[in-house]
Ligand binder design. Sequence first.
Ligand code: PXP
Length: 239
Amino acid sequence: MKRLGVNIDHIATVRNARGEAHPSPFLAAKFARKFGADSITIHLREDRRHIKDIDAKKICSIKNLLVNLEISTNSNIVKIASKINPNFICLVPENRKEITTEGGLDLKRNKKKIEKILKIFKKKKVRTSLFINPSLKDIKISKTLGVDCVEIHTGKLANLVKSHKNYNDELEKIKKCSFEANKLGIEVHAGHGLDYKTTKILTRVKEIQEFNIGHFLIGESIFFGLSKVIKNFKKIIKR
Ligand code: PXP
């Protein structure tokens, strides 16, 4: 059964616009679970532009809630994350000037660093994941790193679909990588830029077990409510 991870970073974006307490990411996490999210994703960015340390700490302390914490390989962030004790950790690249996560990790370049970080979380029995581009080379490196899951960056596919361009080659890449990862015993996740249409397209990839969806899901909830939008996504991924 495919799972839905709801990324609530942009609840914090709206909250931070006023520097006050509303809307609360802590409450959003609880409501998302109530409405059917299988897990909650939060990204503790180095610049803390949405989720703050206190949010991450409070959300990770909610009982019976599976929390996926996305972090960069920055040593200070890794230290904080290891103290917060999330259920899942996903390592992502971060560049100073980006608006959102652009591309997957450079595994070849950061192999040693990543290996060290994965060890810290594996010791704590935290499920580990790497955010990677749909590249067979990166799947092979992920295997050597001993990670539990990979999250395949779907941003390029999403952009092609949204601009009505041919996305078959990109989908084929995602399919091949998912097949290979699954064969190697790595759980496959997908995320970035997903809306109803792109999520539906990706349900054709049977190896994808988890979708992590944020910006569109939260944006759409402004019009139709979090409950309705989560239910819509769950219906799509169940097919
Ligand atoms: N997965 C990862 C690893 C991400 O970094 C992000 C963006 O923070 C997402 C999924 C969610 O992407 P979006 O907000 O475009 O749905």
